[in-house]
Design a protein around this ligand. Structure first.
Ligand code: KMH
Ligand code: ZN
Length: 271
């Protein structure tokens, strides 16, 4: 059997968690750069990046994305994937603004949904605007799929030429308001993909580990990190992003999935 290297993405901070939720959340540019470097040294090759302002609040400020990107670049080579989702309620122009910095990758959420008690707005106009900015800046899109119907949107928009033809897929499962985190759901979604399409799964909370293990066995890729899950196990906070990455590396090793280097990840994704 040919080796199918496992791409590990680490979502180091996100927009929802606070220091009240976990004291281990990296927030400042230096903390984010350190978290990225440690995750990459442990085996992550993609860093899914949100940033925070001086008060620790989520922001899409270009100056902060620039500063954090430079600090990460100073410390390690990795694929930096900017969030265009931001936080719920972030205006469209702010969501797009950091794309002018031309990161290698950026997320593109494929539909509006309930997001806990909030609404994560991704109307047709929003998706098309973000997709346009992604294409204009020569960025690789990671399509974030939170529910089954979003796959139909992907193929509909592809037919219309509204999203780039080449993309990576991230199934984000178990967001309250989105598709649940069962294996059956993951199988349905993967079955909907056209062959050879690369995909990752990001399970929220207690679904992070089981979905990652399913992805490893199915030939998919894995996203872990404090954006999606702050616990190492029930009742025990993860002390760092790296702890979550290291666990995946150990499991992948046992299952004969070599962990993809940054160069291998670029080759797999055609970056
Ligand atoms: N913070 C969520 C509302 C993305 O990064 O593009 C959206 C999100 C998706 O995290
Ligand atoms: Zn995100």
């Amino acid at each position: 059997m040919t080796a199918n290297p496992l791409i590990i993405t680490c979502a180091i901070v996100g927009a929802e968690m606070t220091r009240e939720d976990t004291p281990y959340l990296p927030l400042t540019p230096d903390e984010l750069a350190m978290a990225a470097k440690q995750a990459v040294n442990a085996g992550a090759s993609i860093i899914h990046l949100h940033v925070r302002d001086e008060q620790g609040k989520p922001t899409q400020r270009v100056d902060i994305f620039k500063e954090v990107t430079a600090k990460i670049r100073n410390q390690c080579d990795c694929i930096i994937q900017y969030s265009t989702g931001g936080a719920v309620g972030t205006p469209l122009d702010e969501r797009c603004a950091p794309l002018a910095l031309k990161p290698e990758m950026a997320s593109l959420s494929m539909g509006t949904m309930n997001f806990g008690t909030d609404i994560f707005e991704n109307s047709e106009k929003t998706i098309r605007s973000i997709a346009e900015a992604i294409v204009k800046n020569g960025i690789m899109a990671e399509l974030e799929i939170f529910d089954y119907g979003m796959m139909d949107t992907v193929y509909r928009y592809l037919r219309k030429g509204w999203i780039p033809e080449k993309f990576h897929v991230d199934f984000v499962l178990a967001v309250p308001g989105g598709m649940g985190g069962s294996l059956k759901n993951l199988l349905l979604l993967v079955d909907r993909l056209e062959s050879r399409q690369s995909w990752t799964v990001a399970g929220i909370g207690p679904f992070q580990l089981p979905l990652a293990i399913h992805a490893i066995t199915m030939g998919g890729h894995v996203r872990v990190g404090l954006e999606d899950n702050i616990y190492y196990r029930k009742g025990e906070l993860a002390k760092s992003n790296v702890q979550l990455v290291e666990r995946i590396v150990r499991i992948a090793g046992e299952m004969d999935r070599p962990v993809a280097t940054v160069t291998e990840t670029r080759n797999i994704l055609g970056l």
